[in-house]
Write a protein that binds this ligand. Sequence first.
Ligand code: BTN
Length: 233
Amino acid sequence: MNHKHFSEIPSTQEYLKALEDIGNQDILVTCDHQTSGQGQYGRVWEQYQSGVCFSFSFYPSDIITLTALEVGVLICHFFKAKYNQDLYLKWPNDIYTKEGKKCGGILINNTAHSKQLIVGIGLNLHPENYSSEHRNPASSVFTEKIISDKVQLVKEFYKYSLDHRLDFRLIKDQWNSYCLHLNKSVTLNDGQEYKGIFTGLGDQGQAKLLIENKELEFFSGSLSLEKNSSLHQ
Ligand code: BTN
């Protein structure tokens, strides 16, 4: 593994995207502080004190659109296996706590010169004063445990992910098993707003919503949960 660490960097994602050619290298970029983090949908990703922000190279899954979903499953697997910590997923690329609060997210980009993708992850690790200005209330992966060496955790996660790639046929079912809102009422906005029951992922990672007895499929959009559908059961 080729690991680069910066005390401060605008964006680990931008750093990797700007590399000439990553070829087949396994590259991990970590930092203490990211000053200009990019989130999903062109939003800003704000790093909290106890947060980790990192990016790495990753070969696409056999169905490329499943790659970010696979990474979500790997995050859940890793925290369960290593820390016995349960995490959940919200479509498409959010990491949630059992209480229905966002504690992290995944961003994925293509590279110009390599078959590999760039995966960026932001995770809040420990409880702190999360800004209440956000649309979604934020939370952290851990409520009590304190991770003293966050970079070591990230290195272990990357190694775990490279060693535990999922067969693309398993991703959908595994993702559904961690889904916070399976068979629950959700609103999906792709420019237009749709209200329905989330019935799971399609083969390419699309969201399936049951709306007035018809199943509709969405390949992009942002999804919000009904207030009473926050607890995973
Ligand atoms: C989200 O919007 O839910 C999460 C987006 C992912 C943010 C990470 S932090 C590390 C990497 N560098 C960036 O600028 N963005 C990603």
